[in-house]
Write a protein that binds this ligand. Structure first.
Ligand code: GAP
Length: 436
């Protein structure tokens, strides 16, 4: 099972989906770059989330807050005082680890069992604003996007004229100085979050919490993740974040075990209360029907783009025996990605680089290119080109052959079943539209 992680990491590098940051300098263990296909995949994940959370609902609006916020935000939110992990140092090799990540209490580096007492290590990246580096210029890179929604709550509510219950959604980079970044893009120091703060009447929060847990689970299965690979894990009281009354993780069965994919938290009125008290700004909501003023409760689904991307890739990764043209079989690696997520939707493949085929193949390409992300590939054998597209999850390959010149039809090959269908060029867009 662990090999799957290696196979996927190698596929991701080979095909330019994701690879180590600064690789020409030996790479940075905790940061990753996304190449052309990874970039498309990330855009598709963000779009699928935004469509589900904002576009298809009339009770959620968007926000793009800045990464650097007033340091007072992080003092009020409790992150300066409480956003830390227990750090221990191995007494033998002096490497440092997160205490709760040690397997059976053994050092992952040398196997020794004695460690220093744990100390709290704050995960926020610190920097300085302006030319003077002193205590007064300290600033932080945000460790979650959520605080933007809390400090801008009053403003966004006023301009959007939303009534409870309603949500504010944001997609953006977050930074955490993780003690042990690990497992490819699973835990990194720079990552992107998709978070939504859903503001509700106190007393309705538990019901909304259950609703959002279910909606978020449905989002993953709707995008093709196998349900048996997902499970819910409610947090024990002693592991709850400092702001939460209840939390449930949506876990995925990664090759390295079950682990958090997304977290849904009931943050109560903790954040709005802290910011009201700290800023002196009244962040209470005014209910026009009851003429009451109160702080709403908040239910928050929060997921990482990178972690979701890892799950979509792992879940889609398939290796199967497939028939060859010569009557034998060969190993076929393909990504069974949902069509909405696939980086390239259609590949146009002229049978060969023949000068008679090229103009028609370009004509077909220009027909589909304005509608979907497409690829034009005329290099190498057709079988090899099918395999290249399979490996990155392209749902459809359109082949232009010599018959096309006579019958003005192309062959459309579907990725998962590998079935092929002859479709007139004049009907190609309609045909693909029905399937994409
Ligand atoms: N605002 C709540 C919050 O940030 P979290 O459980 O710490 O909650 C939410 O983070 C999600 O963000 C996680 O479920 C995970 O998908 C992603 N995430 C958190 N830390 C990450 C890291 N170091 N690397 C990659 N993704 C991370």
């Amino acid at each position: 099972m662990a090999d799957l992680m290696d196979d996927l990491t190698s596929l991701a590098k080979r095909r330019g989906i994701a690879f180590q940051s600064s690789e020409i300098y030996g790479g940075l263990r905790s940061a990753w770059d996304y190449g052309p296909l990874g970039t498309e995949l990330r855009r598709n994940i963000r779009n699928a989330w935004w469509r589900d959370i904002v576009q298809l609902r009339d009770d959620v609006v968007g926000l793009e807050a800045s990464v650097i916020m007033s340091p007072k935000v992080w003092e009020a939110s409790g992150h300066v005082g409480g956003f830390s992990d227990p750090l221990v140092e191995c007494r033998s090799c002096h490497q440092r680890f997160r205490e709760d990540h040690l397997n059976d209490g053994a050092c992952p580096n040398c196997g020794n069992h004695t460690f220093t007492e744990p100390r709290h290590f704050n995960l926020m990246f610190q920097t300085h604003m302006g030319p003077v580096e002193d205590d007064a210029s300290v600033a932080y890179l945000r460790p979650e996007t959520a605080q933007g929604m809390f400090v801008d709550f009053g403003l966004v509510q006023t301009v959007s004229r939303k009534k409870l219950p309603f949500g504010i959604a944001q997609i953006g980079k977050s930074f955490r100085n993780e003690i042990t970044p690990s497992n490819f893009i699973f835990r990194t120091r720079e990552f992107e979050q998709m978070e939504m703060e859903y503001f509700v009447h106190p007393g309705t929060d538990e019901e909304w919490f259950d609703t959002w847990v279910q909606l978020r689970l449905d989002w993953f299965t709707g995008l093709g993740v196998r349900p048996e690979k997902l499970r819910l894990r409610p947090h024990e009281p002693d592991e709850l974040a400092h702001y939460a009354k209840a939390a449930t993780d949506i876990e995925y069965e990664f090759p390295f075990g079950w682990a958090e994919l997304e977290g849904i938290a009931n943050r109560t009125d903790f954040d709005l209360r802290r910011h009201s008290e700290s800023s002196g700004e009244d962040l209470r909501y005014f209910d026009q029907e009851t003429e009451e003023r109160f702080l709403p409760y908040v239910v928050e689904p929060a997921v990482g783009v990178d972690r979701a991307l890892l799950v979509f890739l792992l879940d889609a990764y398939r290796v199967e025996e497939a028939p060859t043209a010569k009557g034998g079989t060969e190993k076929r690696t393909y990504l069974r990605l949902h069509k909405d997520l696939a980086p390239t939707k259609v590949a146009v493949l002229p049978l060969s680089r023949n000068e008679q085929l090229t103009p028609t193949a370009r004509e077909v390409f220009e027909l589909v290119q304005p509608r979907w992300m497409c690829d034009f590939d005329d290099a190498g054998s057709i079988g090899r080109r099918y395999r290249r597209q399979d490996e990155v999850g392209t749902p459809f390959c359109v082949t232009v052959d010599f018959d096309t010149l006579d019958d003005r039809a192309v062959t459309v090959r579907e990725r998962d079943s590998m079935t092929q269908q002859r479709v007139p060029i004049a009907k190609l867009v309609d045909h693909l539209q029905g399937a994409l």
